[in-house]
Design a protein around this ligand. Structure first.
Ligand code: MRU
Length: 340
């Protein structure tokens, strides 16, 4: 029996609440948070209860809509938009969604119009993911062995996913593919989230620790890499979860395609290159503690850059809902933007 589509961000119309599937608790339990305003949503974004570039944009949009529905005026909404937009720095979808809502606030839109805008952001994102899937699925050969990193699935979007949208669409078109999921230290998006949502859909998935991909590539066990993105600069450089860059280098060394899947809202033509993308640095304790247990001697510090940048030269193609782009990316992306 087909399962309900997975949608991690919902709006509760009866109670004017944002409902988020708490991604910190998966796969052990499915707990829904009920948030009554933008500050609670901003906190959930910072704490990774909701994560994934498009999903945090959708959550922020609903946070503002809920505030308006509960009587916040334009000045309060402006301040809330500012706080939400700064909750995490790397994924441009967050700033993009907040900007979209802010334009409506500045145009004196009422609460219903703000809610309609949030619904539109959500619906457009899911439609984009489905189109990315349709455009990307033919890139995967029959019985593809696909490596993915982090979670760029339904849980990271309004629904369906970007990288996992391509996987889903390929499976729906009859491709008997299988997926290797990197566990993705330290938050374990691959182990906890990607493995969970693929298993839920009956798509074969095998877990790897983050250091295993090179050896499996050398043995011919991986056919291609498909990942999502948090921001794609104008020159095609891609910011994504820490560890993505290493996979791109490995894929190039083994002559394997390295595909990036992202909605157009992830493309940031205002940011010239990857060097201009702000990379979130989280606290080292998130690396030092595993399930509440300290894994290194007391006093040893840890670093946690949460994202890295893959140079465009290592990217085989970028799949967006507007089309599939290959090098040179600067021209290809400008053309899709309608600027060339
Ligand atoms: O720190 P996270 O879990 O928010 O990082 C998520 C990623 O890096 C995803 O690959 C990216 O946001 C694409 S989601 C469709």
């Amino acid at each position: 029996m087909a399962r309900e589509p997975l949608r991690p961000v919902l709006y509760d119309a009866a109670r004017d609440l944002v409902r988020l599937l708490d991604q910190r608790r998966l796969p052990a339990e499915e707990v829904w948070l009920e948030l009554d305003g933008p500050d609670a949503v901003a906190q959930a974004i910072r704490d990774l209860a909701v994560r994934g570039a498009p999903a945090i944009g959708v959550a922020a949009a609903y946070g503002l809509a809920v505030a308006a529905r509960r009587g916040a005026g334009p000045a309060e909404l402006r301040r809330a938009a500012d706080r939400l937009g700064r909750a995490r720095p790397t994924a441009v979808n967050l700033a993009w969604a907040v900007r979209r809502m802010s334009r409506r606030i500045e145009a004196a839109a009422d609460a219903d119009a703000l809610l309609a805008e949030a619904h539109a952001i959500r619906d457009e994102d899911e439609a984009s993911c489905r189109r990315i899937g349709a455009l990307g699925a033919p890139l995967l050969p029959p019985q593809a062995r696909v490596l993915t990193h982090c979670n760029a699935g339904a849980l990271a979007t309004a629904g369906y996913g970007t990288a996992l949208g391509i996987v889903r669409a390929a499976v729906e078109s009859g491709n008997a593919l299988s997926v290797f999921a990197d566990e993705t230290r330290p938050f374990l998006q691959g182990a906890r989230l990607t493995a969970w949502e693929l298993q839920r859909d009956g798509i074969p998935v095998t877990l790897l620790t983050d250091g295993m991909a090179g050896w499996l590539m050398a043995r011919g066990e991986i056919g291609c890499v498909v990942v999502g993105a948090d921001r794609i600069a104008a020159n095609g450089d891609v910011a994504n979860k820490i560890g993505t860059y290493a996979l791109a280098v490995l894929a190039a060394h083994h002559h394997l395609p390295f595909y990036v899947a992202a909605p157009w809202s992830t493309v940031d033509l205002e940011t010239p290159t990857g060097a201009d993308i702000p990379i979130e640095e989280r606290v080292g304790d998130e690396v030092l503690l595993v399930a509440g247990q300290r894994i290194a001697p007391a006093g040893v510090p840890a670093r946690y850059p949460a994202f890295d940048v893959t140079p465009e030269a290592l990217v085989t193609a970028v799949v967006t809902e507007r089309g599939v782009v290959r090098r040179p990316y600067a021209e290809g992306l400008r053309a899709l933007a309608g600027g060339a």
